[in-house]
Design a protein around this ligand. Structure first.
Ligand code: FAD
Length: 378
């Protein structure tokens, strides 16, 4: 979003991105759960950056050398005067043995595509050998990502049962969560509704249950029991991209770099940090990581990096938390919007509307009209 605003202002900059497309992170569960083809959740960056002074470099950042003001990439190195870091997050496995090796994660578009393909291939394998483990899916973590993925997969497996002629009762979708509840960020009342909806769709929720170990195809729980599953996905923890800590920036326990009110690193005023990489405190409390805040930060980052480059006064960042909406499958959702609780189909429709809003913010009316039509279901 910062690049988009810099582009709009005609400010020369270079965007280093791993892909030549921008993927829609908040919709990765839809891609993983087969709602649409994964490529439909991507927008070519060439469709977003229009100014002739904007430059895209498709490469992976591997290190930030703040002393020499150089970013190292796989393809070489790039010096900078002002740097904006918004490299997102990586999974946090909390040291659970075997979890990284034997589970999939929902980290980017490629990983979402892998989950979708894997679930389909497990159904195909069941057709061959009738091993029930192929029909068992275990998701670790019941935060926003885990629950949205769960809702999506519950709908997806129902369609796969029809396609492969499998009795739906043979399919198991488990969620294992260490906390005593799902979706800790929403009210108890809404949580209860979410739980009921998911259980009616066939979910098996194991709250207050720690995963202690994962071996190939088996999730081991703290009470000594285990779940054998052909598909294991971990969504239970994330931490900021480790390049921030490795660069010597002050980070919190989640690896986010501490920033001041202008979103500037407290260690180096030539570095700005945004989105899930950013440790921003308001009234002594760290802001949560969220897409809405990442988008709001993008606007401030672009403004401030332009201001500092041109000797103008920077503006302080003012976060505006608008609420949380979670989908519970293709039709329905749950959440609070500006303090008002919503659930069921109205929440599902609101969730679809937020997609359109994001498309509009990202690419104006043209993107909203083209991509919006592809991925929004009203
Ligand atoms: C399934 C899912 C559902 C979600 N739903 C919601 C929701 O409903 N509401 C909400 O507020 N939040 C939601 N979130 C969280 C939200 O998506 C994140 O908080 C938000 O995307 C953070 O934005 P970001 O720009 O910091 O990071 P990202 O969106 O992760 O973007 C980081 C970018 O950096 C690129 N990158 C990473 N490493 C490198 C490298 N070394 N070199 C070059 N490029 C690199 C990546 O390819 C990516 O394009 C959801 C997340 C997931 C996974």
């Amino acid at each position: 979003m910062a690049a988009k605003h810099l582009d709009k202002a005609g400010e020369p900059f270079t965007l280093v991105s791993m892909n030549e497309y921008h993927y829609l992170t908040t919709l990765l569960h839809e891609a993983a759960g087969g709602r649409r083809k994964p490529k439909e959740y991507a927008v070519p960056i060439s469709h977003l950056l229009k100014s002739p002074s904007s430059k895209l470099v498709v490469d992976e950042v591997i290190a930030i050398d703040k002393e020499h003001r150089v970013v190292h990439t796989r393809g070489g190195e790039r010096s900078y005067e002002w740097l904006v870091v918004a490299l997102g997050w990586i999974p946090d496995y909390f040291g659970i043995a075997g979890l990284a090796e034997h589970s999939m994660t929902l980290t980017n578009l490629a990983s979402a595509a892998r989950i979708q393909e894997h679930i389909v291939s497990e159904f195909a394998r069941y057709e061959q050998d009738k091993d029930p483990n192929h029909l068992c899916i275990a998701i670790g973590g019941a935060g926003l990502t885990g629950i949205e993925l769960m809702g999506e997969i519950l709908d997806f497996v129902s369609l796969l049962c029809i396609r492969f002629g499998v009795d739906r009762r043979l399919v198991q979708v488990h969620n294992i969560e260490a906390l005593p509840m799902i979706l800790p960020q929403i009210s108890e009342e809404l949580r209860g509704i979410a739980q009921q909806v998911l259980e009616e769709k066939g979910a098996k929720l194991h709250t207050g249950t720690r995963i202690v170990r994962v071996t190939p195809g088996v999730v081991w729980l703290e009470d000594g029991s285990n779940i054998s599953a052909g598909t294991i996905v971990w969504t239970g923890g994330v931490r900021a991209n480790p390049l921030l800590k490795e660069a010597g920036l002050t980070v919190d326990r989640k690896g986010r770099a501490k920033v001041n009110a202008f979103l500037q690193s407290v260690d180096d005023d030539h570095i700005f940090v945004g989105g899930d990489c950013s440790w921003y405190e308001e009234d002594g409390k760290a802001l949560p990581t969220s897409a809405q805040l990442a988008a709001q930060m993008g606007r401030t980052l672009a403004l401030n990096v332009r201001s500092i480059a041109h000797g103008r006064t920077m503006k302080t960042f003012h976060p505006h938390l608008q609420g949380t909406l979670a989908s519970l499958g293709r039709e329905i959702g749950i959440g609070d919007v500006g303090g008002v609780a919503v659930s069921g189909m109205p929440a599902g429709l609101l969730k679809e509307a937020t997609k359109m809003k994001y498309m509009w913010q990202l690419g104006g009316i043209r993107l909203a009209a083209t991509k919006g039509v592809e991925i929004v279901h009203l």
